[in-house]
Design a protein around this ligand. Structure first.
Ligand SMILES: Nc1nc2c(ncn2[C@@H]2O[C@H](COP(=O)(O)OP(=O)(O)O)[C@@H](O)[C@H]2O)c(=O)[nH]1
Ligand SMILES: [Mg+2]
Length: 178
């Protein structure tokens, strides 16, 4: 199995190094050399780019279109392996959980959604209203309307089959991309 890990980055000088390191160590253990890490920088103006220039084992791309969706879109399109796994650069998701996605990738699913509900949510990590109102209600509606069996429609850690992603013709550049 071969995997591209895509990390969107906008002004994450404090966390970007650890995010990349965690992703690298996890992927190395699971996949040997069969992975790549792409950081899709979205015009960072803090020290992120300086930090990134010192990190080995990554491919840095500069996404000129602003927005979370655009950063991931161009990151995923520039990936070279059949699946792209992505999560934020601010350590709000734990790349050492990458292994949990692999059995599903093995089964050839189009889209694999992480779930904070089935996993672990650290104290204070999710605002009260998001955790107990917004995400559950939206998740319920998505399950009802689209029949997608997600338990967490807003998780930012996901994997997508790239051939499937290309068929979606995504055009959203902001958070609505998710
Ligand atoms: N908000 C935002 N995040 C971006 C953008 N481009 C890249 N990112 C990265 O996307 C990830 C998610 O952003 P964040 O603001 O933490 O989203 P939230 O956790 O859903 O509130 C982080 O790694 C950001 O650095 C952008 O234009 N806007
Ligand atoms: Mg965040």
């Amino acid at each position: 199995m071969k995997l591209s890990i895509v990390i969107p980055c906008l002004n994450e000088e404090v966390t970007i190094k650890r995010a990349v390191q965690t992703a690298y160590l996890s992927a190395k253990q699971l996949l040997k050399n069969n992975f790549e890490i792409i950081v899709a920088d979205n015009g960072s103006t803090d020290g992120s780019l300086q930090k990134l220039s010192k990190i080995k084992h990554i491919r840095l791309i500069h996404v000129l279109v602003k927005g979370y969706g655009a950063a991931l879109h161009f990151g995923i399109l520039s990936a070279k392996y059949p699946y792209a796994l992505f999560a934020d650069a601010d350590l709000s998701y734990d790349f050492s959980e990458t292994g949990k996605f692999l059995p599903k990738i093995d089964k050839n699913f189009d889209l694999i959604l992480g779930s904070r509900i089935q996993g672990n949510i650290e104290k204070g990590a999710m605002p009260f209203l998001h955790r107990f109102l917004g995400t559950p209600v939206l998740t319920f509606l998505i399950r009802l309307i689209y029949g997608i069996k997600t338990t967490d429609c807003n998780s930012g850690m996901r994997a997508v089959k790239r051939s499937f992603y290309r068929q979606l013709h995504m055009k959203n550049s902001g958070m609505e991309w998710a």
